[in-house]
Design a protein around this ligand. Structure first.
Ligand code: AMP
Ligand code: MG
Length: 337
């Protein structure tokens, strides 16, 4: 049997059996593909870190099937202010929103990197929801790629760079959002956005009755601990091997020989002719479409033996905030030279 399997009932039962016995299964979600293990089983979760080569200080997101299963990962009861913050956003579930809450006792240290908080999410992809409903335990799952590389948005991407420790890859088609979930920390001192993603910061800010600036604010003394609190925010992340240059408006662009271009909308023929290869993510410049196709295009051009990849930019609003966050991290390595 091959590792990539369509998500039939039989395959979902098989996936549950593998997870129950401590094996790893790659799962489709609406954001990106995840690499899942039983979140209550420390030795299964350890395999995720080893196959991804993920630093142990980078905690995982725990996926649950429904609101009444949040208790499988989180310490209850929640303090009143946290409970009302959760109530303000919980109808965005199932969906691309992760909340950081006090950690429940069944979640081992390895999942949270020793933190007393745990990141939880209810994904909306029907295949993974159906798998979660079959499992008596929650699933810890980071993205199914080698640490620091571009996240996978198809089942085939999950094969690259991961070994046979991954027992099965469930194919649920290409991911709808194509960027990771938004992460928000709920706390008695107020909610804080830790990572922009599929749910716009503007939507969350409105739910909490805060300005976007307040939701994103990091006070001076929190800044020092932020690295540990949300290691997904490390400046160099999501990086292809090929150098990346972002095309901010108003900058003069020199196109070196053998450069590829990722464009957010249709380009003029003259512009196309300056590049070795061009990927247009959306004919009309629709940013949801751009987000959905961005990681696949990065992977594709990264395999094209180019000297450099030029990528369009957009204003950091709505889904554009997550797109620019990922692109700036993808370009961080290149700008160090
Ligand atoms: P990934 O699923 O690969 O995008 O990584 C999950 C991300 O979730 C991590 O990089 C962290 O930024 C974030 N995360 C997971 N657990 C916590 C936590 N307890 N507190 C804050 N952030 C977390
Ligand atoms: Mg990741």
């Amino acid at each position: 049997m091959s590792r990539i399997e369509p998500s039939t009932n039989e395959m979902l039962d098989h996936a549950r059996a593998l997870l129950t016995s401590g094996r790893l299964v790659a799962i489709p979600t609406e954001t990106v593909y995840g690499l899942a293990a039983n979140a209550w089983d420390a030795s299964a979760v350890r395999k995720i870190f080893s196959v991804k080569n993920r630093p142990p200080n980078n905690p995982l997101i725990v996926h649950v099937a429904s609101l009444d299963r949040v208790v499988d990962a989180v310490r209850m009861p929640l303090a009143k202010p946290i409970e009302s913050q959760l109530a303000a956003v919980s109808d965005l579930w199932p969906g691309p929103l992760t909340v950081v809450l006090p950690r429940g006792e069944r979640i081992p240290d390895i999942v949270t990197a020793g933190n007393q908080t745990v990141a939880v999410r209810i994904p909306s992809h029907p295949v993974t929801l159906s798998l979660l409903n079959r499992c008596p335990f929650p699933l810890a799952a980071p993205s199914a790629n080698r640490s620091n590389y571009v996240s996978p948005t198809t089942a085939a991407h999950c094969e690259d760079g991961l070994d046979d420790t991954v027992a099965m890859i469930l194919d649920g088609g290409p991911c709808d959002y194509g960027v990771e979930s938004t992460i928000v920390r709920l706390h008695e001192s107020g909610p804080r956005l830790l990572r922009p993603g599929g749910v716009a910061a503007e939507v969350l800010a409105e739910r909490f009755g805060l300005s976007v600036d307040t939701l994103m604010e990091v006070s001076a003394n929190r800044q020092a601990t932020k690295q540990l609190e949300a290691p997904g925010m490390m400046s160099q992340h999501y990086s292809p091997t090929t150098a990346v240059q972002l095309l901010y408006p108003g900058t003069t662009i020199v196109v070196p020989k053998n450069t590829g271009r990722i464009a957010f909308q249709k380009l003029a023929d003259e512009e196309v002719s300056r590049y070795t290869v061009v990927e247009v993510l959306s004919e009309s410049g629709d940013l949801e479409q751009v987000a959905k196709r961005l990681f696949a295009a990065l992977r594709q051009l990264d395999q094209a033996q180019l000297t450099c990849i030029h990528i369009d930019t957009c204003s950091p609003r709505g889904i554009g905030r997550a797109i620019m966050d990922r692109l700036e991290r993808a370009a961080a390595k290149s700008s160090e030279f």
